[in-house]
Design a protein around this ligand. Structure first.
Ligand SMILES: [Zn+2]
Length: 322
């Protein structure tokens, strides 16, 4: 089921390459919070992910890679309507995507018709070959042109990248509506985590919102490609959607309270970066003294250098080359 660590690292241009380093940094309390699944019904559970029911025909895929199984790595989801099924994300491996498609068929009665990939990082984009069905067909793969180009330009397995040649491009300035008969899925172009991010929203924002990696929950976010002021604006725009459930790119499902905590977290990073910048303190030193405010609880680290990356991203922007 799982690919080797070497192959995973090669496939992942994104945020999860340092997962193996996360284990020793976790306290029991952080692990329990990260693994928390609230009151929702879990309809499938594997070592690498669980599927939580969000409503009639709608499911969140919540990946659990901290045990070292990198089959899916990122979160995603399944939205079924009377005339089609959309899956959110292509995951870290074809095996993970194939598993997600099987879940879609079991839960909605359909192999996915369409797959939306939120951004180019390998933990979200490396698996589309796994969506091919038994008859050689494949769902429509949707992503922005920027995402497609970044995937195609990234190192990685060429065969695994082949489906990216057939992407149906989502415009970077106009939301795309996908009519599933009994419900409408809206794919909204945003930016901030990378140069081009997508969120996936249901029934005009009344249903769940898949945030891609613009939102992380109980896990400190990766700023490797972030433009932090854009990220901050995008997160606030997502927070303003009156949805009951936000599916973050990583970590357990978020409600309005969790979204507020996340906004406070990224604001605390901004404050620390601006303070250091104004005093000529470099990002390494600033990261050493940065602490997540205690009232925000514990945030799991994918990599010990994420504070420094986040503060450096702000400093790059403050210096005018972000
Ligand atoms: Zn990710």
């Amino acid at each position: 089921m799982s690919m080797s660590r070497r192959r995973f690292v090669a496939a992942s241009a994104g945020c999860a390459s340092y997962l193996a380093a996360a284990g020793p940094l976790l306290s029991g309390r952080a692990l329990r919070r990260w693994g928390g699944q609230g009151a929702r019904r879990v309809v499938a559970q594997t070592p690498f992910a669980r599927v939580e029911e969000l409503g009639d025909g709608m499911f969140a895929i919540v990946s659990t890679p901290l045990n070292g199984d990198y089959t899916t790595v990122c979160n995603g989801g399944i939205v079924g309507g009377s005339s089609g099924t959309v899956v959110v994300e292509a995951f870290a491996t074809p095996e993970g995507a194939r598993w997600a498609a099987g879940q879609a068929r079991a839960l909605t009665g359909r192999w996915p018709d369409q797959v939306v990939v939120s951004h180019y990082h390998g933990d979200h984009s490396a698996g589309p070959a796994g969506y091919a069905d038994d008859d050689g067909g494949a769902p429509t793969l949707r992503a922005t042109a920027a995402t497609r180009d970044l995937v195609q330009g990234s190192p990685g397995d060429e065969a695994a990248k082949a489906p990216w040649a057939d992407v149906l491009v989502v415009a970077e300035d106009t939301p795309l509506e996908i009519d599933l008969g009994s419900r409408v899925v809206t794919v909204v172009p945003r930016r901030g985590h990378t140069a081009s991010d997508l969120s996936v929203e249901v029934d005009g924002g009344e249903g769940p919102v898949w945030c891609g990696d613009l939102v992380w929950n109980a896990m400190f976010p990766n700023y490797m490609d972030a433009v932090p002021s854009r990220l901050s604006r995008a997160v606030r725009a997502l927070q303003a959607i009156p949805a009951g459930t936000f599916v973050p790119g990583h970590g357990p499902l978020a409600d309005a309270e969790a979204m507020s905590r996340y906004v406070a977290l990224i604001d605390s990073v901004e404050e620390a970066a601006r303070y250091a910048w104004s005093r000529g303190i470099n990002s390494e030193e600033a990261a050493e003294s940065y602490q997540v405010p205690a009232e925000l609880g514990e945030w799991v680290m994918f990599s010990p250098n994420y504070y420094q990356r986040a503060i450096q991203a702000w400093m790059d922007e403050l210096a005018g080359h972000g």
